[in-house]
Design a protein around this ligand. Sequence first.
Ligand SMILES: [Zn+2]
Length: 229
Amino acid sequence: MLKKLKEQVLEANLEVVRRGLVLYTFGNASGIDRDKGLVVIKPSGVDYDKLKATDMVVVDLDGKVVEGRFKPSSDTPTHLVLYRAFAEIGGIVHTHSRAATSWAQARREIPCFGTTHADYFHGPVRVTPELSPEEISEDYEANTGHAIVRRFEGISPLTTPAVLVAGHAPFVWGATPEDAARHAVILEEVAQLALATVALRADCSAISDCLHDKHFLRKHGAGAYYGQT
Ligand SMILES: [Zn+2]
């Protein structure tokens, strides 16, 4: 079942390892088949060099395992909350990539310091509020998802396909698992550039809205003209 989606999810998991975003098993990627209402996600704690498409776990949107011999990733409830809330997204990637995680640990949003950021993320890369002790002690992973959803109130998730979970790390998404993995790689680059920017100039401000919108909208707006059409 869902052979193609399992291959796409495996590939997204491997891509973030190849790009140096994931050490050991610190990460997970998933994808959703919206017609079937089923999510394919990496199994928990299986080494990446042994991971096969057939090892991927299929769960429904309530987290019930529908297919697979392994347990799904422990972050599965976070993915499910995001899929339920963000109808436009088709893939999610979670990593502890170094620079993006540094911003999450500092509990600072990443301002848009330049056009590399503006090409992919409209507005800053936001950070969630910290979870309360109650949210941490019970249903922690689902509550992580709820904190992300609350942070995106009034914001389209596809215009800024990433968030920093305070004190934890980024969650990144896209229209497909491949898109989500690409956004995770780009987020890490943007986070590294931002770290270097504040090291060089601590009081640096974000670029103008005019330049930010120009870059974002030429790639993603109604009149997008970047690339080959
Ligand atoms: Zn994590």
